[in-house]
Design a protein around this ligand. Structure first.
Ligand SMILES: O=P(O)(O)OC[C@H]1O[C@@H](O)[C@H](O)[C@@H](O)[C@@H]1O
Length: 501
């Protein structure tokens, strides 16, 4: 049985900053476990539900039964385009649905009792889609949108005809649920296939490791072990979504200007520590055995877990023992999630403030507005943190802004009119939102920011500042940030809907 690898093996980005020899994959491809081994290691049973209609476990899964149960949710998909395989290990090389099927007949999947996956692309789409074969004569093609699995086509052959059926939407769940359910339905032992996260590690020019996360449809993220800082987040078209200064200094001990530095255990200069705390200037390690997160935080995502523990030197200026675990993950649709877990492993309580200092890349700051912070109180860093109340409808920019909005909603939107795209920021455990743009004068005084670059950046940070987090010994705090990008036309009503208004 071939391994079920979720990531294509091709590396594009890694080559830009490090010679290929410096790269290595921390997670080798799955060693092709046998069916009993999979069953023994997981062994959960689930029921198949397409569009909320349970199929009897005795049912045979056919294109027709899928269609029947999909009901009105049938969608049309571009099914008649030529197909080519992208997985070099895939047994199929087909240029049309018919030849794909013919190839399948010539080279049936080696273990028909289990699903087999090959990646392929439609010629007019750049993203590989997984095709899951259900034995010799049937297959389905699926994509993932967040945690939803969308089966966009099924392929079945009877006698001499090959049929692509249009698609249906599952009622939710992850690809592993879907696979388990399908194998259950087919009458085989049910297995949950935990598809392993894969990432590459490349050295930067200072010899510090950077982790590259990549999903099959092309989105990627890069995380530096210097600061645990996300330094790049690209969409499936390869466009960079985070700002990085052209004058950024990629050298410890200072944080690089751009990406998402982590401010901990102090935000700004309110405290005895260096500005924004020390976490962004420390070298983190990869945590190969983190305590488990909720299963939905693993599903359908490529991720890396990082760990920061205080050094002797850190303890001298901040005498509190902690473990800081950071998960950075990329969903199949390109959404970026960061989950911070900070645990007090000391004998006494401690308090800290926190921010994901997120530099969004924007077309032009004067074309940008933030929705979700209107009417809130804020502390103005430009006026000794005096408290004001926001008056406007939405926040727009005409001069330097440096504010901490208090008790902000958990979803806010940053609309970029020129790019016609909206960043949607979802946060949990982080009540405040910092909005910062240095504008012209301040930019000129900053050595690591180009004079005009303030126009292309906007910091919108999910944060906990006004009321620091206090942890008693043994307690843990979790702060979560999820970033996604949607077309601007999606906004307003849809965002209200997301917010539950
Ligand atoms: O230059 P630093 O330390 O990265 O900080 C940049 C800015 O970060 C923002 O979050 C602060 O609100 C600003 O006051 C600060 O100037």
């Amino acid at each position: 049985m071939r391994s079920l690898s979720r990531s294509p093996s091709v590396s594009k980005e890694g080559r830009q900053t490090a010679p290929p020899c410096a790269q290595r994959s921390r997670t080798p491809p799955d060693p092709a476990p046998s069916a009993p081994a999979l069953a023994a290691s997981h062994g959960r049973t689930l029921r198949l539900r397409f569009s909320g209609c349970p199929l009897r476990s005795s049912s045979r899964l056919t294109a027709a039964s899928l269609r029947r149960h999909a009901g009105r949710r049938l969608l049309c998909a571009p099914l008649l385009h030529p197909i080519r395989t992208t997985n070099p290990e895939a047994p199929l090389a087909a240029t049309s649905a018919e030849s794909l099927h013919a190839a399948m007949r010539r080279s049936p999947p080696p273990l028909q009792s289990l699903l087999t996956c090959v990646w392929f692309t439609f010629s007019d789409f750049s993203h590989p889609y997984p095709l899951w074969s259900l034995g010799k004569n049937e297959a389905f093609l699926s994509i993932e949108i967040g945690s939803l699995v969308l089966v966009i086509a099924t392929l079945s052959s009877k006698k001499k005809t090959t049929k692509w059926a249009p698609c249906l939407q599952t009622s939710g769940g992850s690809i592993s649920d879907l696979l388990t359910n399908v194998s259950d339905l087919m009458g085989h032992s049910a297995t949950v296939w935990e598809l392993k996260s894969e990432f590459e590690v490349a050295k930067d020019w200072n010899g510090i490791d950077q982790v590259i996360l990549r999903v099959p449809r092309g989105a990627s993220a890069r995380v530096s072990l210097h600061g645990g800082q996300v330094i790049s987040w690209r969409n499936e078209r390869g466009e960079e979504l985070l700002f990085t200064s052209s004058k950024a200094i990629f050298k410890p001990p200072k944080a690089m200007r751009g990406g998402i530095p982590i401010c901990f255990p102090q935000f700004g200069n309110c405290g005895s520590l260096e500005q924004h705390g020390f976490a962004r200037n420390k070298i983190w390690s990869i945590d190969n055995d983190p305590p488990p997160l909720h299963p939905s935080d693993n599903d359908g995502k490529v991720f890396v877990d990082l760990l920061l523990r205080p050094t002797e030197e850190d303890l001298k200026c901040w005498p509190h023992c902690f473990e800081f675990r950071l998960r950075v993950s990329l969903a199949m649709n390109g959404d970026l999630t960061m989950i911070s877990r900070i645990r007090n492993i000391d004998a006494k309580p401690f308090s800290f403030s926190y921010a994901y200092h997120t530099y969004l890349s924007v077309s032009d700051i004067s074309e940008v507005r933030i929705e979700g912070l209107e009417t809130l109180d804020y502390l103005d860093n430009l006026c000794n943190r005096q408290r004001f109340t926001e008056q406007g409808d939405a926040i727009t920019f005409e001069s330097e802004v440096d504010r901490i909005y208090l008790s902000a909603p958990n979803i806010i939107a940053v609309l970029d009119h020129e790019k016609k795209r909206t960043f949607v920021i979802r946060k949990e455990g982080l009540p405040d939102v910092v909005v910062w743009n240095p504008w012209e004068k301040k930019s000129k005084s900053m050595a690591d920011l180009g004079d005009e670059e303030y126009k292309q950046m906007l910091c919108v940070d999910a944060a906990a500042i006004e009321r620091p987090i206090t942890l008693k010994p043994g307690e843990e705090w979790t702060g979560r940030l999820e970033l996604s990008v949607v077309p601007s036309s999606y906004c307003s009503d849809d965002l209200d809907h997301l917010r539950g208004i």
